[in-house]
Design a protein around this ligand. Structure first.
Ligand SMILES: [Zn+2]
Length: 278
């Protein structure tokens, strides 16, 4: 079964690649030892041992005729990634959820870290080829300029982004790009320079996909806690506070890109910070 949410006429389906427990101090930068214990509402998002339930998933947005895939997970086993190599059944799960690779018309990457771009391409006869033959791939211009010029290519953009550009299927878009009437990008910088979250609006309802604006709901309670891979931790914290204040006001459904368990919820003010209520 694939978890899904309905926003007006739009359906959003979670397609999981991996869900695994990870120590909070491996996921986030220096969380206080009692951080989880301080916030009982985190229970659905942590294991009984207090580890983070980390999920790596893609989200398919079905809006009218559109089939938009947000983030493509880790993908094929690749050399040199910071994660242990695990086989990926993502494309099989996608098919099981009712989406053949040819059905996806748009791929959005919230940013260019390896666990968001992996299945952009796949290895066929020793060559990296585009996975989704009928899709336009929307890559952030700011993001691309950052990762393709800092000391050469970052991590694996050479085999996840460049083949898509070479195939002529990529569009470099701005951080506030409108994808279709129901779906638009909003800038949420800090984790990476061109990082975006994805807003879905239909029938007077709204949902927002976080991307790595936050890696775990603990960062709603303690917004200043960053993640090791942040390019600008203070900016990330500022972005989180703005995002959470906005979500308290608009009541949007927040869908976490790495939140395991229930994955989504509504944001409520909690003293001078926030909580996520599944
Ligand atoms: Zn990530």
């Amino acid at each position: 079964m694939h978890t899904h949410w309905t926003i007006g006429d739009v359906r959003i389906t979670k397609v999981v690649e991996h869900e695994l427990p990870i120590p909070m101090n491996g996921l986030l930068t220096d969380p206080p030892a009692d951080a989880v214990a301080r916030h009982g509402w985190l229970e659905p998002f942590v294991t009984p041992e207090g580890d983070a339930r980390l999920s790596i998933h893609g989200l398919v947005i079905e809006a009218g005729e559109r089939r938009i895939l947000v983030d493509t997970c880790v993908g094929h086993l690749r050399e040199g990634l910071i994660m242990p190599a695990m086989p990926s059944g993502f494309l099989e799960s996608l098919a099981d959820a009712g989406y053949a690779i040819g059905d996806i018309d748009t791929v959005v990457c919230t940013h260019m870290h390896f666990d968001h771009v992996g299945w952009n391409t796949r290895l066929v006869d020793g060559e990296w080829v585009v996975t989704f033959p009928n899709a336009r791939y929307l890559f952030g211009r700011v993001e691309w300029e950052h990762w393709s010029t800092t000391d050469g290519d970052y991590m694996n953009v050479g085999d996840t982004i460049r083949p898509v550009l070479a195939a002529g299927q990529a569009d470099l878009v701005e951080v506030d790009h409108q994808v279709c009437p129901e779906v638009r990008l909003v800038p949420t910088p800090g984790h990476t320079p061109g990082h975006v979250s994805v807003v879905i609006e239909s029938g007077g309802e709204r949902a927002v996909i976080t991307g790595d604006m936050a890696h775990h709901p603990l960062q709603f309670a303690e917004p200043d806690i960053g993640a090791p891979a942040d390019t600008d931790t203070p900016l990330g914290a500022k972005t989180r506070r703005l995002f959470l204040a906005d979500r308290t006001e608009d009541g949007a459904l927040v869908i976490g890109t790495h939140f395991g368990g229930p994955t989504a919820g509504r944001v409520e003010q909690d003293g001078d910070a926030w909580r996520l209520v599944p």
